[in-house]
Design a protein around this ligand. Sequence first.
Ligand code: GPP
Ligand code: MG
Length: 285
Amino acid sequence: MSTLSPTNHVLRSEYQKSVASYWNQEKAPVNILLGDVDGLYHHHYGIGDVDWSVLEGPEETRNDRVIKELHRLETAQANVLLDHLGQVGPEDYLLDAGCGRGGTSIMAHERFGCQVDGVTISEYQVDFANKQAAKRGITDKVKFHFRNMLDTKFESGIRRAIWNNESTMYVDLMELFAEHARQLMPGGRYVTITGCYNDVLGGRSRAVSQIDAHYICNIHPRSAYFKAMAANRLVPISVIDLTPATIPYWELREKSSVASGIEGPFLTAYREGSFHYLLIAADRI
Ligand code: GPP
Ligand code: MG
């Protein structure tokens, strides 16, 4: 009989425990206040043109306008990810790997009517996200689980689509894509939006290292994604450089009351070309 606690089955290393503990205590205004706008709590950044007029007009409501605008750009990012999931119907099963507080999962269900399972190694996030699903009356279709995306224990070959919305930098890509390939049906779609460093310029720049330290993550080089996909029956169909589309979000965020301090390193890394914000979509063959 195993003497491991359920937590130890999910959290398999000291590193994973430290990541879980970071997200179990995370309550940053940049995430909570934006999510409070409409109840979609995101853990990713925004894309698209900023409406700079939010900085004009009455001062008393400026902060609210900026927060709504940042949230609009983050929701736009999730919509672009969902646009790349291919044909999904109400009978399909999707998996959100590293689901955070559940925003993208809820949007996927609202768009496709499908079943969505989200997994995270933060028990706080599981509870928070399940409460959001309950508020919307969709707990029969959208479920969040305390599970490890590298070993979900979910059934093989049943997922129409799987995504990682800014969560791949916490895991080994070879292990991750092997687990995704196991769970996807043949012809199923994988999509990630991620920050990766630019191999062309060599190793991690200082700004990229600062981002790693801030989130306790390990940003991968761009090449690592394609090597790990090729090794795991995932064949890219779209690669979109979203870097120019995300810079305005960071420029607005830097000027906002919810700036967290990481805005400078993101802007430096993107502007110097050492870091890209990439969408990659791939088919499981
Ligand atoms: C967090 O989103 C995102 C990550 C930890 C992944 C790092 C992403 C890269 C592209 C490198 P968040 O919404 O929790 O972050 P913040 O609190 O800064 O808004
Ligand atoms: Mg955020």
